[in-house]
Write a protein that binds this ligand. Sequence first.
Ligand SMILES: Nc1ncnc2c1ncn2[C@@H]1O[C@H](COP(=O)(O)OP(=O)(O)OP(=O)(O)O)[C@@H](O)[C@H]1O
Ligand SMILES: [Mg+2]
Length: 348
Amino acid sequence: MRFLNKITSLFSSDVAIDLGTANTVVYVRGKGIVLNEPSVVAIGEKKGKKSVIAVGDEAKQMLGRTPGQIQAIRPLRNGVIADFDVADEMIRKFIYKTVGRNSLHHPMIVICVPSGATAVERKAIREAAQNSRAKKVALIEEPMAAAIGAGLPVSEPSGSMIVDIGGGTTEVAVISLGNIVYSRSVPVGGDKLDEAIINYIRRNHNLLVGETSAERIKKAIGSASIPVSGEGEKFEIKGRDLVDGVPKEITVTERQVAESLAEPVSQIVETVKIALEHTAPELAADIVDRGIVMTGGGALLKNLDQVLRQATGLPVTVAEDPLTCVAMGTGRALEQSSKYEDILSSDY
Ligand SMILES: Nc1ncnc2c1ncn2[C@@H]1O[C@H](COP(=O)(O)OP(=O)(O)OP(=O)(O)O)[C@@H](O)[C@H]1O
Ligand SMILES: [Mg+2]
């Protein structure tokens, strides 16, 4: 029997999934991360019948560029599933892409959920994973996965603070003894930063730019703090003029972009400060020693660590590879499922 178990585990394709608002990352047991693609699905309609045309990278290219009969959809908003059928298709396509449609046996799937997710939202995520013919589905809280991925000592009697800034949400959590002692989530993440850039350019330049262009600006010259002097770096961007309706190119500066980001950045900082106020003194003392660890793509926003350091007076570090940290942590929980038994939950 043990031999048989060993043989099946050789062919096993158990997976861990970080189903994010912006990106889905899939980790396969024994292999590590095998897929990291945008959470976007392109749906086509022919004679009233809908079908998936593309997922991931290919579908993201189509965002905002589709003709009438094709729709590029992001099935997750604010960290939770907004369009169940499309999310379901997307998860299935990603799993088949990584482990194959006819993998030798049905995989075990560990999938993470935002800590603020409701019972209904957890059920939706669980069902989406089950529909990919999983033999067992376990859920893990996203900040816990982020902390494991960042190498924090989550099982020890010592407080760690994790700030995960994703596309849809920012989650702040204090973890000790394998539990989330406190967590707070706000629907402010990379998407809200992109939106703030779009609104700024519309108001000040009468130019309409798409989500993808705004994200490009943010990654190129976005900053959480306004340059001490001057305009900082410059970036050229194209969009549609709102007055005469024609395509136009303008130049935005680092200062302008930082000004547009000030409001959502302050909401992130405020969430961290509130979490610190709610932390028990012993755990707070641990956080003073260890500092705050940032994960998620939003942690890459220039100077955000510095702004958080100034606002809290605490050491702030960005985890190594913040975009894959949650998937790495979810993967580690899958690989060492007996060690993390209490952290993985199968009974929502
Ligand atoms: N260099 C960068 N500077 C600023 N933002 C960045 C950078 N790189 C990526 N991002 C942003 O990070 C976000 C994606 O991060 P991540 O993949 O962690 O989110 P997610 O896990 O999909 O979302 P969520 O956890 O909210 O469901 C996007 O909004 C993206 O624009
Ligand atoms: Mg995430």
